[in-house]
Design a protein around this ligand. Sequence first.
Ligand SMILES: [Cu+2]
Length: 465
Amino acid sequence: MITRRQSLKHLLAASTTMSLLPSFSLAQVTQSHYALTASLANHQLGPNDAPSTPCWLYNETSPGPLITAMKGDNLKVEFINHLPEPTTIHWHGIRIDNAMDGVAGVTQPPIPSGGSFTYSFTVKDSGSFWYHSHNKSWEQVARGLYGGLVVKDSPDELGSDDLFLIADDWRLDENFAIHEDSFGALHDAAHAGRFGNWLTINGKSQPDITVPSHRYLRLRLCNTANARPLHFAFSDWQTMQVVALDGALCQPFEVTNIRLAPAQRADLLIKINDRPLTLNEVSHPDGLVVARLIPEPSLNTAPPKVSLPLNPQPWYPLPQLDEARIIPIHMQGGAMGNLGGAMHGGRMHSLRELASEQGKIWAFNGIVGGPHERLAELSQGEVVVLRIWNDSRWEHAMHLHGHHFWVASREFGHSPRAVLRDTYLMAPDERADLIFIADNPGKWLFHCHMMEHHAAGMVGVIEVT
Ligand SMILES: [Cu+2]
């Protein structure tokens, strides 16, 4: 049972998230017990004089309430589904018990309309994570079913100088309603996925965010778009330190811009002086203001809490590869690709047939993927290399459930950088090794997080026993 005091905390935490007040101070009290309800609710995505948008939301807020826990806590979330269709919740990036991973049809049956489910799991890693629907996610996430999740090392984390910013790319019509006719469009699945036309930060368009002046600010940026990679830079290309990727602390490095694929997170440290800074999306031809950071001297009276993590220890070191299991994954398909046909349902189909009759257009190793297509069976403790070749004309954000992997990332300029992450953005024709220790038993999805690609065949299961 949830006590009245805890319920109040949820409400307050939710309203703090919504209004983008500078402080998450209420969330500093560790909460390990939450209640989430998914339902239809309106949200003001547009300007104040625009119509509000009918969405599907957690606790009627966009994003859903920021969930926090302390590292090592047992996090319990009592979930009720008031949507008109089944759903589940996936806890993205958490190295979780398989039964709690929230993948409909793989780790649990979908939770029916009117049904409920209690998620309960230990959070063993601190960092910036998120949660989202994992049933028809190409539609349910696009309607608003996601929120942030922070696992803290210290109660000091989060506050006026440590903010979780969720960026989303909504596809709205001229009445600010979600564009429903294009859900499931084959054109999106065959190209870059469903791109939107309305960018929000924590559910608001171009918000002003008050921050302490003359301080380092920790920004936890998260891209929850269906498919669009977002490319961020501050005004005057101000430098920032990347201190964590996909939740995991990394050796800090300096950048002037950062591109985040769908589902990726980056924790950034940036120095705030006394001038406002704009956060811009720079892949837009004219640049697009995403948010403004407004320094407020009255907020820097408390001692600073944010500092550069020196020499952070990775969750686990890059493993020895002498006896690694190598799993080749040849990814083909999409528009302008070289996939002529693929196996689906036990027989060969032409790509034309797959696309027009099944809405499938992507394959791993010549087989259209699905939640029951097994890519590998691994023994617990094995060192594994997913040897991926993106043999297509499109980028893909490859996500492995239940594990973080090491990758020589080419996401930060020409020279590769060894990073531990849960989602890797692969360029067309790129080859990459995703290296991990298969230490978490269960059936784990491996898929493209561009949700239309996932729905059209870029998905398989890796089973660890
Ligand atoms: Cu993809």
